[in-house]
Design a protein around this ligand. Structure first.
Ligand SMILES: *Cc1c(COP(=O)(O)O)cnc(C)c1O
Length: 218
C-alpha cells in the first residue's frame, strides 16, 4: 500500500511483460480522498492524478496547481456536454469520450481554443446497460468519426465488469486499439493493474491501493 509500493509493482509488471521501464503511466485517482492524503502524494513528487467528477476537480486542483508545478490531471468519469468546456480548462486528458454529441462539442471547443486535451474513447467492453462507453460493435465507427472531427484520440479506455475476469476485457480493448492504430490503453485499477500492464496498458488508474479506501463509493 502506498505510492512507492505501487510504483515498484508497476516497474516489475513492465519488466515481466518485456516492456520498457516507464511505459505505463500511473494515474493516482484522488477522487473523494481527504486533502491530507492527496498532499502527501504531491509532496512525494507524484504529478499525475485522476478525478471522475468535473465539479470536484474544479474545487480541488486550481489551488494545488498554484503550489505544485507540472500537475497533469486526467478526467476519468462520465462527462456531460454542458461541462465539456470546464473539463477542457481543467484537464490534460479526458478518458470518457463515448458519444457523438460529446465528440462534436469537444471538437467545436477545440477549434475555438486551438487546443484540446488528449482523448481516450471509453468502450463498454462488457456491454453493461448501466455503464458508459461505446459498444464494441461501434468502436471503429466512433474512432473514425472523432478523427474526422480532428480530435486528438490517444487511445481507448475500459472498466471491466466487476464480476468478470478482467483479462478478457483488457485483451479485447488492446485488439480494438491495434485495429484502429491507437497506441494508448487506459485500463487497470487497484485490483488488476499488473494484469492490465501485461496486456499493454499505457495508463493505469489506481486509487484505493495508493490512498486507502474512499469515504464513499464513486
Ligand atoms: C475510481 C476509479 C478508478 C480507481 O479505482 P480504485 O479501485 O480505487 O483503484 C479507476 N478508474 C475509474 C474510471 C474510476 O472511477
Amino acid at each position: 500500500m502506498g505510492l512507492s509500493d505501487i510504483q515498484d509493482r508497476i516497474r516489475k509488471a513492465e519488466a515481466a511483460a518485456g516492456r520498457a521501464e516507464g511505459s505505463a503511466t500511473l494515474i493516482a485517482v484522488s477522487k473523494q480522498q481527504p486533502p491530507a492524503r492527496v498532499e502527501a502524494i504531491l509532496q512525494e513528487g507524484h504529478r499525475v492524478f485522476g478525478e471522475n467528477r468535473v465539479q470536484e476537480a474544479a474545487e480541488k486542483w486550481p489551488a494545488y496547481r498554484e503550489r505544485f508545478d507540472g500537475i497533469a490531471l486526467h478526467l476519468i468519469g462520465p462527462l456531460q456536454t454542458n461541462k465539456a468546456r470546464q473539463a477542457m480548462d481543467l484537464a490534460q486528458a479526458i478518458h470518457s469520450v463515448d458519444r457523438p454529441k460529446l465528440a462534436a462539442t469537444l471538437a467545436r471547443l477545440a477549434q475555438e481554443r486551438g487546443a484540446c486535451p488528449e482523448l481516450f474513447v471509453q468502450v463498454n467492453t462488457g456491454e453493461e446497460p448501466q455503464k458508459a462507453g461505446v459498444l464494441p460493435a461501434d468502436v471503429d465507427g466512433f474512432v473514425a468519426e472523432c478523427r474526422r472531427l480532428d480530435l486528438p484520440v490517444r487511445g481507448l479506455m475500459c472498466i471491466p465488469p466487476i464480476d468478470e475476469e478482467p483479462s478478457l476485457h483488457f485483451a479485447m480493448l488492446a485488439k480494438f486499439a491495434a485495429r484502429n492504430g491507437l497506441e494508448g490503453l487506459s485500463m487497470g485499477m487497484s485490483g488488476d493493474f499488473e494484469t492490465a500492464i501485461s496486456f499493454g496498458a499505457t495508463h493505469v488508474r489506481v486509487g484505493a491501493a495508493i490512498f486507502g479506501a474512499r469515504a464513499a463509493q464513486g
